[in-house]
Design a protein around this ligand. Sequence first.
Ligand SMILES: CC(C)(COP(=O)(O)OP(=O)(O)OC[C@H]1O[C@@H](n2cnc3c(N)ncnc32)[C@H](O)[C@@H]1OP(=O)(O)O)[C@@H](O)C(=O)NCCC(=O)NCCS
Length: 181
Amino acid sequence: MLFKKNVVLRDGTNVLIESLTGKENIREFQRFINTLTGEGAYLLVDKPVTFKEEKQWLKAQIQAHKKGEQIYIKALANDHLIGDCFAKPGFGRNHGNKNLGIAIKKQWRGKGLGNIMLKELILLSEEKWHPKNVFMHVVSSNKNALSLYESLGFRKIAHLPQWFEYYGKYLDEIVLILEKN
Ligand SMILES: CC(C)(COP(=O)(O)OP(=O)(O)OC[C@H]1O[C@@H](n2cnc3c(N)ncnc32)[C@H](O)[C@@H]1OP(=O)(O)O)[C@@H](O)C(=O)NCCC(=O)NCCS
């Protein structure tokens, strides 16, 4: 599935959002994830990744995207990676449930990019899979993420107490499901 679109953020910046092409710059992706882990973002990756790890990870994402096993969209401003998001089906009997995830580089947040990317991702997922459930996990203190997801039509369906390990503490996590129209 090839997807490519030019969008304009709230501050007027032009951003290209597109699916993985296979020509991604590994260092750019490594810098992106390591900046996020460095700031202590609420992501599953908990420590810096090496070039080798990132290379293997990226190769797996490109293959999975090309085979149609997931949707992976990146956002570029002046050819630099500023955000990414994915939709992944669960395993086996869970394949009807699609899990979404997203991360935007710090200086690019609050400009509407998360909103734009998730809307596109939801449309692409619905077109491709007609999913039974579209869901997201979020740390309960991640208020910006929660308000964004709720504004897109996600509804809280579960509270997982002390679920997400974060620097030696366990934080509560919320599961949200996209309401059907
Ligand atoms: C969660 C995240 C993806 C949102 O992306 P974003 O591009 O900032 O999202 P948007 O700009 O579309 O919307 C952010 C919403 O958060 C709130 N917000 C207000 N000020 C903000 C700020 N300075 N930065 C981020 N969000 C802000 C608003 O509610 C805004 O909604 P609005 O557009 O109606 O005003 C982004 O903050 C991020 O990558 N965070 C770090 C990684 C992370 O937490 N990922 C999610 C894991 S579940």
